[in-house]
Design a binder for this molecule. Structure first.
Ligand code: PLP
Length: 404
């Protein structure tokens, strides 16, 4: 991969020469192609979609629909009708929680999550527990940072109505064997929601092969603008589940007595969507596909392997998650003896390096598995290179030397 060329595609690195951005797990930077696609939409065809019987509205509708096609192809969904545009991964999961709960859950039913989930894949289930009397169970995570598959299988009891699992952890980096997990669950007739927020930006995803019923993507973590994400639903679910929100665009007819709704995916997209962000999402996918998801994965394994090796040599540093770079993404959470993660992040910032500190929206993971309240996290993407890692390691060594 030509990282120098890739870095040149991202205007932020020209605005901030020397910036080392190691927080792509929080949000990615945006290439010029995506920024231009958004600006171009506003400049040339800004109009509402699915409504106007005039040229620029038809062009805006075509561009929005093309973005949906791009997402469908990117994850090998059977058709673009299986793709629902949402604001972010969080909204995708909440949509499933509401639609699923309204039609399929009753008191005493169980949702099986895992201890490595982001709060986005825990809190919606807790909310259902409170409102509907369902229970939330959690699959354990091993000390090595892997999902405990035996525990997952054991907990797939007859009252589990949905299993929810991340494809890749935003803290441990762990890539879960989602195809196997879906197979275990489906064998018992249990559908699976896979949170792809940290996987889809980094590795090839094939929902058809995986067999899951729900897969969520977060656009802003994969070069697209904020305010756009996607929810994949299998044919069975997308036809069976009722809408989540009511309003314009999702209806077929409304009377004083009631309403009928559009077929999928429009029945799940009430109101004016983030049209320009969806178009930017489509452009982001074109950009990623030009590089190739296999090449991106290979590059990130190389970076991760190098970073893990360098970090493990530093005394007083604890690195969390699988030891093998092949089993994980480039999100690396770590602790340094005697230095608070927030102090560490500020000291990195003083050297023009962006890292994340805190619980990364995974309090159950920190409390139950890592045994610390907060960690510091570096996370890599296509515009990072070995020099970025060398600088981060040099700074980390200096911080430790100075503060000890
Ligand atoms: N799931 C995981 C694994 C995440 O890392 C994140 C964000 O960090 C989310 C879900 C939420 O994503 P979004 O900001 O798109 O709602």
């Amino acid at each position: 991969m030509n990282i120098k060329g890739i870095k040149n595609d991202f205007p932020i690195f020209r605005e901030h020469p020397g910036l080392v951005y190691l927080d792509s797990a929080a949000t990615s930077q945006k290439p010029k192609a995506v920024i231009d696609a958004v600006a171009n939409h506003y400049r040339t065809r800004n109009a509402n979609i699915h409504r106007g019987i005039y040229k620029i509205s038809e062009e805006a509708t075509a561009a929005y629909d093309a973005a949906r096609d791009a997402v469908a192809k990117f994850i090998n969904a059977p058709s673009s009708r299986n793709i629902i545009f949402v604001r972010n991964a969080t909204e995708g999961i909440n949509l499933v929680a509401h639609a699923f709960a309204r039609s399929r859950l009753k008191k005493g039913d169980v949702i099986l999550a895992t201890l490595m989930e982001h709060h986005a894949n825990i809190v919606p289930w807790h909310m259902l527990a409170k409102d509907r009397g369902i229970k939330v169970a959690f699959t354990n995570v091993t000390l090595e940072g892997y999902l405990d598959e035996e525990d997952f299988k054991k907990k797939l009891t007859s009252n589990v109505k949905l299993a929810a699992c991340t494809h890749a952890s935003n803290v441990l980096g762990t890539i879960n064997p989602v195809k196997r997990l879906v197979a275990y669950a489906n064998k018992k007739g249990i559908p699976v929601l896979v949170d792809g927020a940290q996987a889809a930006p980094h590795l090839p995803v094939d929902v058809h092969d995986m067999g899951c019923d729900f897969y969520v993507l977060s656009g802003h973590k994969m070069l697209a603008p904020s305010g756009i994400g996607a929810l994949y639903m299998s044919d069975e679910m997308i036809d069976a589940l009722p809408p989540f929100m009511g309003g314009g665009d999702m209806i077929e007819a409304v009377t004083t007595e009631g309403f009928t709704y559009q077929p999928a995916p429009l029945k799940f997209e009430a109101g004016t969507p983030a049209i320009e962000a969806a178009i930017g999402f489509g452009e982001a996918i074109v950009y990623l596909q030009k590089i190739g998801m296999k090449a991106i994965r290979k590059h990130e394994i190389e970076l991760t392997k190098y970073a893990l090796h360098q970090m493990r040599k530093i005394r007083g540093v604890t690195v969390y998650g699988p030891k093998k770079a092949e089993d994980r993404t480039g999100a690396i959470a770590f602790s340094v003896d005697g230095i608070h993660p927030h102090d560490l992040a500020s000291l990195f910032d003083a050297e023009n390096i962006c890292v994340r500190a805190g619980n990364h929206c995974t309090m159950p993971l920190h409390e139950n598995v890592l045994g610390v309240n907060a960690t510091t996290r570096m996370s890599f993407y296509i515009y990072n290179d070995m020099q970025d890692i060398d600088k981060a390691i040099r700074v980390l060594n200096n911080i430790i030397r100075t503060l000890k």
